[in-house]
Design a protein around this ligand. Structure first.
Ligand code: UDP
Ligand code: MG
Length: 229
């Protein structure tokens, strides 16, 4: 495979487990064998919580972009630790080569021996470049679950979570920045997929159970049924 070609000014990953996907090739995985469903929504919309239920009932492998980045940030051998730390605290989107590489490695790692897999990709793609790059080089997604939530509800949830999460970005200052990034940078991704008819919008206001009912109904409308029930 060709050497990585960073497109947004970062240096190439030093020892990637896999060669970085190239935007000029066809996707690494066939969507007939690898199902990718994105779960998107503003910070605090409940992506992680709903993902737990989806893993239980649908047999998805859960891949949280934020969790993968936090693990990389804490990995002493990573040359990107400080960079990731700074981006997360400021609510900014980490350069896509890093995130796409982490996700691509995680998919490869969790693939069945027959090359199939079902992945719920949480909190990604958050920027148009990531979305296009992932779809062109890793796998075309089946659909996007979009958790629609007003900012005042998200703010309250994040501040509550901040009391115990230990996350550097669950504080007033970071939350304001994350909301701005979500509206300016991430919503255009949802809008693009929406135009392609690939978005399931679910209201994320209410109890976890109420929201989950909407999620299950939305997936059913795309022909995705629970497997573990
Ligand atoms: N992040 C990123 N690229 C991604 C996903 C996350 O750079 O594709 C960074 C970004 O700084 C974001 C932070 O990771 O604000 C936390 O993401 P996470 O999904 O954990 O937050 P959530 O939205 O679930 O509260
Ligand atoms: Mg999350």
């Amino acid at each position: 495979m060709a050497a990585p070609e960073p497109t947004s000014g970062t240096s190439p990953l030093v020892q990637p487990d896999l060669p970085l996907p190239s935007a000029n090739t066809s996707p690494r995985y066939d969507p007939q064998k690898v199902t990718v469903v994105y779960i998107l929504g503003g910070p605090g919309s409940g992506k992680g919580t709903q993902s737990e239920y989806l893993v239980r009932d649908y047999g998805f492998v859960h891949l949280s972009a934020g969790d993968l980045l936090r693990a990389e940030q804490d990995n002493e051998n990573s040359q990107y630790g400080q960079l990731i730390k700074d981006y997360i605290k400021d609510g900014l989107i980490v350069p896509m080569e890093i995130t796409v590489n982490l996700l691509s490695n995680a998919i490869e790692d969790k693939l069945g021996s027959d090359g199939t897999g079902k992945f719920l990709v949480d909190g990604f793609p958050r920027k148009l470049d990531q979305a296009l790059f992932f779809e062109q080089s890793v796998c075309v997604s089946k659909c996007t679950l979009f958790l629609d939530c007003p900012e005042d509800v998200m703010r309250e949830r994040l501040l509550n979570r901040g009391k115990t999460s230990g996350r550097s970005d669950d504080n007033e200052e970071s939350i304001i920045k994350r909301f701005r990034t979500f509206v300016e940078t991430s919503m255009p991704v949802v809008d693009l997929f929406e135009k392609e008819g690939r978005v399931i919008t679910v209201s994320a206001v209410g109890s976890v159970g109420e929201v989950y009912e909407g999620v299950v109904g939305g997936l059913a409308s795309k022909g995705i049924a629970p497997t573990n029930k």
